[in-house]
Design a protein around this ligand. Structure first.
Ligand SMILES: NC(=O)c1ccc[n+]([C@@H]2O[C@H](COP(=O)([O-])OP(=O)(O)OC[C@H]3O[C@@H](n4cnc5c(N)ncnc54)[C@H](OP(=O)(O)O)[C@@H]3O)[C@@H](O)[C@H]2O)c1
Length: 293
């Protein structure tokens, strides 16, 4: 199958590339070849290649920066997906677009998970632009799935777990406050990439929740990871109010993979099991990258 992956250098894009490369003909444009914000060149690229599937892993993901970089965030997260959906409609390509838990306000009582059909109400500019991206895909798309995921980590690309590892290795005794009143499902981008592989040819249309099973706070996630890595640390739980950030984040980011489960297609396991496998597979590599072995 001919597949274009946009954002192939990002953490999910790298895992999609490695999962799909053996079986499919992948086209991996650089941002210079395909900029989501450039409608006419984007349409030209898609119509020249006429892929069966386009996977959009690209986004403006720096959630706090989005509060200042309003325009570029909107172009990449909201306008770009609309351009892409139109272009895919012209070539009859299926579009798999990635969205986020941050379309919700997190006011649902914990641990009740958000369903695909629950009302959306983003708290941040990032969340609002991602929601507008979803709406643009739905408005212009013919054959599409919008996968909402959350709390991604991977061996490639910077992420929360790698930051916790770097800080703890640098100074294990230093006390680091980590938020302990926001709940979500840490999701390994490798598992999401496998799930995407399964959805390439599926009949599923529309919004699909795609996160690991189970949930934790950021603090619990960090402690669990560092313990599995056998790294000394001194993390201290704190409240969101004690750790102010430019963007507001939902207290409840737990998603229910309802659509996947109804179709019997979910590959997701409990987040702790995936984290175990991640550490076994990549632990030494992560330490080597930080010069620790
Ligand atoms: N990370 C999370 O915890 C998380 C949580 C929920 C949902 N998501 C969603 O999951 C998806 C993948 O996230 P990720 O963590 O893999 O993101 P990432 O590592 O930040 O990668 C994003 C990619 O998008 C590319 N990109 C940015 N602007 C572009 C443009 N105008 N045209 C083409 N490419 C562009 C980036 O290229 P450059 O590196 O060259 O800028 C990068 O390769 C995104 O849709 C994100 O919103 C992520």
């Amino acid at each position: 199958m001919k597949i274009i992956i946009i954002g192939a250098d990002g953490q999910l894009g790298l895992d999609c590339t490695s999962i799909l490369a053996g079986e499919h003909n992948l086209i991996l444009p650089t941002i210079a070849e395909l900029d989501l914000c450039e409608e006419s060149s984007l349409r030209g690229f898609i119509s020249a290649h006429r892929p069966e599937v386009v996977i959009n892993c690209a986004a403006y993901t720096a959630v706090d920066h989005c509060e200042k970089e309003l325009e570029i965030c909107r172009r990449v997260n909201a306008d770009g997906p609309g351009f892409l959906a139109k272009a895919c409609g012209e070539t009859g390509s299926r579009l798999i677009h990635i969205s986020t838990d941050y379309v919700f306000d997190g006011r649902k009582p914990i641990p009740h998970p958000y369903l695909e059909e629950d009302p959306v109400h983003p708290l941040s500019h990032y969340g609002r632009t991602k929601l507008d991206g979803e709406r643009a895909v739905a408005a212009y798309g013919d054959d599409y799935a919008i996968l909402r995921t959350a709390w991604l980590y991977s061996a490639g690309g910077p992420n929360f777990l790698k930051t916790m590892l770097r800080l703890s290795l640098a100074d294990p005794a230093a006390t680091r406050r980590v938020v302990n009143d926001q709940y979500g499902s840490p999701t390994w981008s490798h598992t999401l990439a496998r799930q995407i592989s399964l959805l390439l040819t599926s009949e599923i249309q529309g919004v699909v929740h795609t996160t690991a099973e189970g949930y934790a706070t950021w603090y619990e996630t960090a402690c669990s990871f560092l313990e599995k890595m056998e790294i000394e640390h001194n993390l201290a739980p704190c409240k969101t109010a004690d750790y102010p950030t430019p963007a507001h984040r939902p207290a409840n980011s737990i998603l229910d993979n309802g659509v996947l489960n109804q179709h019997g297609l979910s590959l997701f396991v409990d987040w702790r099991d995936d984290l175990d496998t991640f550490v076994k597979r990549h632990g030494r590599q992560l330490l080597a990258e930080l010069g620790s072995i």
